[in-house]
Design a protein around this ligand. Structure first.
Ligand code: HEC
Length: 153
């Protein structure tokens, strides 16, 4: 139970748990399922990045990007209370906000990450990450990190 000491520890443990889960169960399902690719046409039409398959490498890169680029505003634990959050209005999104988690679509999260808040009708203080436009799996993994924060309490 050493992980209970610090919430940061808990977060890291949960992320690793998620990684193990996805490696174990998720991939076999995806392989056995439909390889038709029908979803690519409709859903992703409006945006360049959405719904990419998350590889273990992408998860690792996303984790690194979260700590180096996102935590400064959103906080290491995703509460929107990073050191850079102080002067911002609206505040950086608190990912633990259930109402927000329920209302926001994956596509909006991923678009906000790549194109910035203004592109999805939110604050321009949510900065764009154009370099991630060519890394849809990393963007999807960042979205997964954000969703996982929402599952914690
Ligand atoms: C300079 C501070 C800052 C940094 C750095 C930052 N954000 Fe944000 N982010 C914000 C603010 C402020 C909002 C709230 C925008 C709003 O609600 O209008 C936000 C909102 C969001 C949202 C919610 C968008 C929506 O449509 O509700 C997501 C998702 C997000 N950020 C992800 C990230 C990720 C991932 C990173 C790192 C790659 C990151 N942010 C880096 C300030 C920041």
């Amino acid at each position: 139970m050493n992980g209970m000491k610090r919430a940061v520890g808990v977060g890291v443990v949960m992320l690793f748990a998620g990684l193990a889960l996805a490696c174990g169960g998720g991939e076999t399902q995806a392989g056995g399922g439909g390889a038709g690719g029908a979803s690519a046409t409709g859903e992703a039409a409006g945006t360049a990045v959405t719904g990419a398959e998350i590889t273990p490498d992408a998860r690792q890169e996303a984790q690194q990007i979260y700590s180096t680029r996102c935590a400064v505003c959103h906080g290491a634990e995703g509460y929107g209370d990073g050191p850079g959050a102080g002067g911002l209005d609206p505040k950086p999104r608190n990912y633990h906000d259930k109402a927000w988690q329920d209302s926001v679509e994956d596509k909006e999260i991923e678009s906000a990450i790549v194109y910035g808040g203004a592109a999805v009708g939110r604050s321009p203080a949510m900065v764009a990450n154009p370099d991630l436009g060519s890394k849809p799996a990393v963007v999807a993994a960042l979205r997964e990190i954000i969703r996982n924060f929402g599952k914690q309490q």
